[in-house]
Design a binder for this molecule. Structure first.
Ligand code: NAD
Length: 534
């Protein structure tokens, strides 16, 4: 962890004084940030709550206009964003441009246009005759100050897109970036200031998990957490204790299903990019491939051939396609999974070796075959450049294997038969399934992002992600203010008959019975027009 401790006294807790941004290419410290102290948080929340009250009162068109300013700020500083992100994650510049800058800038533009419509009052027409005198609508009210706790793998686009949705919905934000990428997190705060958001509305708290936990203790209106499954569990427990709602975007073990009729040339290129872009450190990266047996041999051969051509190197090399892993400790976890799988009979068909000649955490992307679900490499998240390929006897078996996972973030199906592909996609348990494409949905603003099972709950991005930032309120205005409601007190046997008559009139399967309900002792009309006794 990149925090440097300050010794307070012999017995006192060692408080991190700073958070360091470290370049994974060579482990050099590139920048230091003052770490937020637990005791700073009450004042931060107070400032954010103060700013939020005024911000929420501003018209939505004004809040949306700030998103356009943010969009322009990101555009203006796009190369700087890439410099920072690449320096503290080691990712290639092309990926920084596409997955950090483009994703964020597009979301600012999209939400700037759509949010006024999506946050506007939404009329609620009533189906029931008894409610026709009412006018009703939904309001999407801001929640207050939202905590965004984010990971290091997309250190700019994840917190930035979530902050955009929170702010345009009228909330304040306390953002805690990963302690491994404090500089990218600081940039988010800096750009909010540049875009003219009110002072204190979005604040960045720098630090490790203890500060994340303290933020939840401080009582945000909602927690948006993106990170690993074990941390997600701790956060769910902390939120449950205080009944704080949460969105949890957790780990993935995403499956790719390749049917025998797929274009294997395209599917293999997709698999290699899907598994190894961002050095395999993507929640929605391809981790498990199930390929129908008749296509397996050629598909594996193509993947191996293409993986061997990948160019490893630092982001300063414009031709480098695979950067370093974020830390050597991550690399050790991957190596342990591969070693264990090999001992159980798996074959490493490509890569899987360290490259100390390039830097301390460079690792050749690995393809592992002859795997099965008893191996950890098929069950636990491999947050690095590892793609496991298993042959499946049929499409049905491939779906069964894909669904045999505790996680369910995203998946893809590859086939020339679009109709069959769509039908298979429906049977895969995951938050998103693409047919003949992968990963790109994360950059599609209309597509909700989130998972099922251990991949978490709730959604970000899209209209659903924006709604997660709001409290939905139903408002109902009765147009007959002087009429007492017939269901108020004044209960009697006659009223019970009238109530029966009303139910008959509306739902009796027999037409004759419905007709009878119009008059007589069990008169529905009696129910409708009776005045209240009290
Ligand atoms: P992590 O869980 O170690 O940390 C994530 C964040 O949580 C960091 O900011 C960390 O400081 C903070 N944190 C740690 N303990 C905490 C606590 N007790 N209370 C509050 N905050 C705490 O995850 P990571 O290593 O930064 O990121 C990698 C993981 O994130 C992978 O599992 C990956 O799949 C997942 N991820 C998921 C998505 C998604 O959208 N589903 C996107 C990106 C990454």
């Amino acid at each position: 962890m990149a925090v440097s401790p300050t010794t307070l006294s012999a017995n006192a807790v060692r408080t991190p004084a700073s958070v360091e941004s470290i370049n994974p290419v060579n482990n050099e410290i590139v920048k230091r940030f003052a770490a937020t102290q637990r005791e700073d948080l009450p004042a931060m929340f107070e400032r954010a709550r103060g700013a939020q009250a005024g911000w929420a009162a501003r018209p939505i068109f004004e809040r949306a206009a700030h998103l356009r300013r943010l969009r322009d700020a990101i555009y203006e500083r796009r190369e700087e964003i890439c410099d920072v992100v690449s320096k503290e994650t080691g990712k290639p510049r092309v990926e920084a441009l596409l997955m950090e800058v483009l994703v964020a800038i597009d979301m600012a533009d999209f939400l700037g246009r759509q949010a006024p419509r999506w946050l506007a009052r939404e009329s609620v027409p009533h189906h029931s005759m008894a409610m026709k005198a009412k006018r009703a609508w939904l309001e999407y009210a801001p929640r207050g100050v939202i905590a965004i706790i984010s990971p290091w793998n997309f250190p700019f686009s994840i917190p930035m897109t979530e902050a955009m949705a929170a702010l345009v919905a009228g909330n304040g934000v306390i953002l805690k970036p990963s302690e491994m990428t404090p500089w990218s997190g600081a940039l988010v705060g800096d750009m909010a200031r540049q875009a003219g958001y009110p002072e204190g509305l979005l604040q960045v708290a720098q630090g490790a998990g203890d500060i994340g936990a303290a933020i939840i203790e401080a009582g945000p209106a909602k927690v948006f957490f993106t990170g690993s499954v074990p941390t997600g569990r701790r956060i769910a427990e902390a939120c449950a204790k205080k009944l704080i709602p949460s969105v949890l975007e957790l780990g993935g073990k995403d499956a790719m299903i390749v049917l025998r009729d797929a274009d294997l040339e395209t599917a293999s290129s997709a698999a290699v990019w899907g598994a190894f872009s961002n050095c395999g450190q993507a929640c929605v990266g391809v981790k498990r491939v199930y390929v129908e047996e008749p296509a397996a041999e050629r598909f594996i051969a193509l993947c191996v051939e293409k993986t061997k051509k990948l160019r490893l190197g630092p982001p300063s090399d414009p031709d480098a396609e695979i950067g370093p892993m974020i830390r050597a400790t991550q690399l050790e976890k991957i190596e342990a999974q591969l070693k264990e799988a090999a001992a159980q009979g798996a074959e490493i068909a490509a890569g899987g070796k360290r490259r100390p000649d390039l830097g301390p955490s460079f690792f050749e992307p690995a393809i592992v075959t002859h795997v099965n679900h008893s191996m950890r490499v098929m069950r636990e998240e491999s947050f690095g450049p590892v793609m496991a390929i298993q042959a499946a006897g049929s499409a049905e078996e491939a779906v069964r294997l894909a669904n045999d996972s505790a996680m369910g973030l995203a998946a893809s199906v590859w086939t020339r038969d679009e109709v069959r592909g769509a039908a298979i996609a429906s049977g895969v348990r995951a938050g998103s399934v693409m047919v003949n494409d992968l990963l790109s949905y994360y950059g599609i603003c209309e597509a909700p992002h989130g998972g099922s099972g251990e991949s978490g709950w709730g959604r970000t991005h899209s209209r659903l992600g924006l709604q997660e930032m709001t409290d939905v309120k139903y408002v109902d205005v009765d147009r007959l203010p002087r009429v007492k409601k017939p269901w108020w007190f004044g209960y009697s046997a006659g009223m019970a008959d009238a109530a029966r008559g009303l139910i008959d009139l509306l739902f009796a399967p027999s037409g004759l019975r419905r007709l009878r309900a119009l008059g007589g002792r069990r008169s529905a009309a009696g129910m409708m027009f009776r005045g209240g006794r009290i």
